[in-house]
Ligand binder design. Structure first.
Ligand code: ATP
Ligand code: MG
Length: 348
């Protein structure tokens, strides 16, 4: 089959890690008989330098027409003084909005070979960690009504509003249940339904959607408890589904228990098959251009692209198995290096 991929190398180590993913796709194409074509577009700091805008219209148009978007990273100290819509990070928000990507999928997997990278004790890790956080991405308190107003004697107050509609919750819940079906048939819904009205609606809608998935077990957890359980007994989780803000916090927490930011992929999905795939790490300006960046997060994001946007499960698995194999042969980039292992660069 033939697939068109829009690539956004972006800033810092972005171009270096994207380069590695393109090599792997080329190989996958040869082995499995697919054709991947790449169209490189600008976003982030490099786009600001060339066009004055972090997200040029042309980039949006090309991404919309593609079968999937593969992104390295955007931003860096060079553009830190820019504010508002001129910030490189605005490119990400803009793209998610323009492409209707409302679900952010972040697997947190602890590879056997990297067990000692985790800050958690081995008895807590047990036979491994494999959690998938499904975060709502385009609603909630990040996009609600906000402002400032006088509050009498107490002075000025600021407010942000958390609002979720039935439709918004239904679609993110469906994404979570669909992913659970491909995994271990378990969803943990995380909310604060003992306090928040938006969480009470959220929970009831998740329960409704659950009826369409009788094979999947649903449990509910308050966010404070979930934050604790992730550290105390992470093995109990398979798929976690939650709001924009809770997901922001919990997905970072889940990734930290794996101990290696350079290893973790992500996907942003919407209604159709078009998705955007990127490593969870940033542009790492401190190591850019030094052949030190760990490309695995982007390589695993590429595997997610094959799985979710192209429906190529076998090919996705081949990439994931190759990563496990390389780690099993003791090859390590600097960020995951430990005694007795073989140090390699991005390109090896
Ligand atoms: P952002 O705001 O864009 O998320 P950040 O400053 O929070 O950026 P990163 O750019 O992700 O964070 O970098 C955090 C640290 O992790 C840096 O020291 C960086 O060198 C390191 N790091 C990030 N990604 C990788 C990678 N792929 N390989 C090796 N080290 C990495
Ligand atoms: Mg960061």
């Amino acid at each position: 089959m033939k697939f068109n991929i829009a690539t956004i190398p972006g800033d810092g180590i972005g171009p270096e890690v994207i380069e590695e993913s393109m090599k792997i796709l080329k190989r996958i194409g040869e082995v499995f008989g697919h054709e991947f074509s790449f169209q490189e577009v600008l976003a982030g700091g490099v786009a600001i330098d060339k066009t004055g805008e972090p997200l040029p219209l042309e980039t949006i148009e090309i991404c919309k027409k593609s079968d999937a978007v593969l992104l390295g990273a955007v931003g860096g100290p060079k553009w830190d003084s820019l504010t508002g819509d001129k910030r490189p990070e605005k490119a990400l928000l803009g793209l998610r909005g323009a492409l209707g990507l409302y679900a952010n999928i972040r697997p947190a997997v602890l590879h056997d070979a990297l067990k000692n990278a985790s800050p958690l004790r081995s008895d807590i890790l047990g036979d491994g960690i494999d959690i998938c956080v499904v975060r709502e991405l385009t609603g909630g308190i990040y996009f609600g009504d906000r402002g400032r107003r006088e509050n009498g004697k107490l002075g000025v107050e600021a407010y942000d509003t958390e609002a979720y509609s039935v439709g918004e919750v239904e679609r993110i819940a469906r994404t979570a249940f669909e992913i659970a079906k491909q995994r271990n048939n378990k969803v943990t819904n995380v909310d604060k339904a003992n306090v928040l009205e938006s969480s009470r609606l959220w929970r009831s809608v998740v329960e409704e959607v659950a009826k369409e998935y009788p094979e999947v077990t649903l449990e509910h957890m308050y966010v404070d408890n979930a934050a604790m359980q992730l550290i105390r007994r992470p093995q109990q989780f398979d798929v976690l589904v939650t709001t924009n803000m809770f997901g922001d916090i919990l997905s970072d927490e889940a990734s930290m228990i794996t101990g290696s930011i350079g290893m973790l992929p992500s996907a942003s999905l919407g209604e159709g098959t078009l998705g955007m795939y990127e490593p969870i790490h940033g542009s790492a300006p401190d190591i850019a251009g030094e052949n030190k960046a760990n490309p695995i997060a982007t390589i695993l994001s590429t595997a997610m692209m094959l799985r979710f946007s192209f429906g190529l499960e076998q090919e996705a698995k081949a990439i994931e198995d190759a990563v496990t194999k390389v780690l099993g042969k003791d090859y390590r980039t600097a960020d995951i290096m430990s005694d007795g292992m073989k140090l390699i660069g991005t390109k090896e």
